[in-house]
Design a protein around this ligand. Structure first.
Ligand SMILES: [Zn+2]
Length: 69
């Protein structure tokens, strides 16, 4: 009896969507972030949020405060 050929690589997990910043694929079982209904790769969150909120708002959220020098 001849056995069926096995694929060389394991099957990819199911595609769950696209990253709102880079457009890359988001797969089931991988970590992602959600902001206002937009799913993101974790590494895409900073440029996405800077674009959406502005660097000043990001800095404020991180504890920065505005000063006059
Ligand atoms: Zn991305």
């Amino acid at each position: 009896m001849i056995e069926p050929e096995r694929p060389l690589l394991p099957p990819e997990p199911p595609l769950r969507g696209r990253c709102a910043w880079c457009g890359g694929e988001l797969y089931a079982g991988n970590g992602a972030l959600l902001h206002d209904g937009a799913a993101l790769h974790p590494e895409c969150a900073l440029p996405y949020l800077c674009d959406r909120l502005g660097a000043g708002e990001i800095a404020r959220c991180c504890g920065c405060r505005r000063i006059v020098l």
